[in-house]
Design a protein around this ligand. Structure first.
Ligand code: NAD
Ligand code: MG
Length: 398
């Protein structure tokens, strides 16, 4: 096999970015492909970014902090890589001519760069889910216009993509969820949970924001919305099933009673390699699944009382319009407040619920209206963040 790709990695210094770099290096080292790296982006970690520059030799790198361009240039001294800084430079990285782009920036900050890659018709490997949650229909319309292809990297959606060969015969999608670190915790215990406890995921090693989302189950809620948009599936046909071993990554039920599942060890290099090589497959040395060693796979229904975030996401999807964007922005703010130690773990979902409940009454426009532009989505995102900060401050004072 010889894989020919020019790639860019948005969010290269993160957890998905590291796994993407590892897959690229392994494919190249095996002589299975020629992969040229066009651009890499990072947040503020210049040392980690420059280490990646030495390994992957991109033509361009960008960091999100606009005030650190001089530091980045100093760190790149002697290397031929061009540098940029600030949100526009991140978007410029996405706009540069790479046929394959990994979208792995955390949060709605990925929206503008992901859109730039889609608008020039690239193949976009989508790890970031927040951009689809806030602007799914607009991004899909842009992709339809340019012929850009979206390849799901989120493990559940990648699993569905691998087994959804006859979408018109599909009866139900089931997203599996590990249940997170607090699956068996009481609400009283969760109320006192610390950021480090929330980030100690039993099966996956991930960035802190998605780790907290996995603990509240908001991650599964965001994934429910992601699946509805990506696969054009109504909310009523998407189930969530808790499966603590994280071996089955999702399931598709068909009209004849057959259920197809994708299984693999919980390692994000597997869906990343799938998206990189698609429609072929690439050989990589991930842990192989040893079902005899695992022994048994178990399943249970999610508890919507202890994990209200999943209910809130389902309601936002039912409401439609701006509701998913408002849910996502309120959640990002609430998670930041929790990680900074300013609100408790159970306050995260409470803040999100408060923002959504008071939206229409607050004179912010009807939340069920459909966004007609990315600017409208960004305006709703900004209002939701402001309302969430105010709600968090009230909870702190109470
Ligand atoms: P992470 O925190 O480890 O990395 C995030 C990356 O984005 C870093 O490079 C960071 O510097 C950059 N970044 C953060 N804020 C930015 C901003 N405002 N502008 C530009 N760059 C910014 O996160 P992660 O775990 O790698 O997750 C990345 C995305 O992939 C998230 O949307 C997450 O939901 C999704 N995802 C992650 C996993 C996983 O296993 N880690 C699985 C499925 C989906
Ligand atoms: Mg996932």
């Amino acid at each position: 096999m010889s894989l020919q790709r020019t790639v860019s990695i948005l969010g290269a210094t993160g957890s998905i970015g590291a796994s993407t770099a590892a897959v690229i290096e392994e494919v190249t080292a095996r002589g299975d492909g020629e992969i040229t790296v066009e651009a890499l982006t990072g947040g503020g970690n210049i040392t980690a970014l420059v280490d990646l520059v030495r390994r992957l030799k991109p033509r361009f790198v960008a960091i999100s902090d606009p005030d650190r361009l001089a530091d980045l240039r100093d760190a790149l001294a002697g290397l031929p890589t061009q540098a940029g800084a600030g949100p526009a430079a991140i978007t410029e990285a996405a706009a540069r001519p790479a046929g394959w782009v990994m979208s792995a920036i955390t949060g709605a900050a990925a929206l503008d760069p992901t859109r730039a890659a889609i608008e020039r018709g690239a193949t976009v490997a989508l790890a970031n889910k927040e951009c689809l949650v806030c602007a799914g229909p607009l991004l899909l319309a842009a992709a339809a216009k340019t012929g850009a292809r979206l390849l799901p990297v989120d493990s559940e959606h990648n699993a569905i993509f691998q087994v959804l060969d006859r979408p018109e015969r599909m009866e139900k999608l089931t997203l599996t969820a590990s249940g997170g670190p607090f699956r068996q915790w009481s609400a009283e215990r969760m109320a006192a949970a610390t950021p480090d406890q929330a980030c100690a995921h039993p099966n996956w090693s991930m960035g802190r924001k998605i780790s907290v989302d996995s603990a509240t189950l908001m991650n599964k809620g965001l994934e429910l919305i992601e699946a509805a948009f990506l696969f054009g599936t109504p909310e009523s046909k998407i189930d969530v099933l808790v499966h603590p071993q994280s071996v089955i990554h999702s399931l598709v039920a068909y009209c004849d009673g057959s259920v197809l599942a994708q299984m693999a060890a919980p390692d994000m290099r597997i869906p990343i390699a799938h998206a990189l090589a698609w429609p072929d497959r690439a050989a990589i040395t991930t842990a192989r699944l040893d079902l005899a060693a695992i022994g048994s796979l178990t399943f249970e229904a999610p508890d919507l009382i202890r994990f209200p975030a999943l209910r809130l996401a389902r309601e936002a999807l039912q409401t439609g319009g701006f509701a998913p964007a408002a849910l996502n922005a309120a959640n990002e703010t609430a998670v930041e407040e929790f990680l900074a130690g300013r609100i408790g773990f159970l306050d995260i979902a409470a803040v999100v619920e408060e923002v959504l409940q008071h939206w229409d009454a607050g004179g912010h426009g009807a939340i069920a209206n459909s966004p007609s532009s990315f600017d409208e989505v960004l305006a709703v995102d900004a209002v939701a963040r402001r309302l969430a900060l105010a709600a968090a401050a009230r909870r702190r004072a109470a």
